[in-house]
Design a protein around this ligand. Sequence first.
Ligand code: FMN
Length: 139
Amino acid sequence: MISLVYISSTVGLLRRDELLSILEKSRENNAKHQVTGLLAYFDGNVMQVLEGPEAGVMEISHKIEKDTRHRNVTVLLTAEIDERHFPDWRMAFVDMNDEKFIENPAFSAFLNEPFTSEKYKNSPSFAMAMLVSFKESLT
Ligand SMILES: Cc1cc2nc3c(=O)[nH]c(=O)nc-3n(C[C@H](O)[C@H](O)[C@H](O)COP(=O)(O)O)c2cc1C
């Protein structure tokens, strides 16, 4: 299995119904490919992790890359994994604009900077740690 993390910027701010329709489609497609992960949205930027069999992750990531609802898709990390970090989710979702995240001091280190910051590009493991901590906040 592999894990792939990318960042992108949405074209305009996505409305909640647009995000929900992306998620609905994602969950349907990802389940077919045994792909799991988490999509985080914050201030017009996306950070998403996809994990599962290499062929499925690559097929889905190619589709995502071509999607005109976002741009500047930049892969931060691809790695072989033995175990999933997000086994229970077809695609979990966190909207970091939600007050419960913004007001939580545990996330302030992450939310001081946009997902597109060099900090994540230079340290993909920091990005992965952030995504895992988002997941933990959901469970
Ligand atoms: C930010 C973002 C994240 C997305 N994540 C996924 C995803 O995890 N899985 C997926 O199948 N499609 C995802 N999509 C949608 C794909 O780009 C594409 O519209 C969809 O896979 C097309 O599915 P279809 O070929 O079944 O019509 C995402 C789109 C955006 C803009």
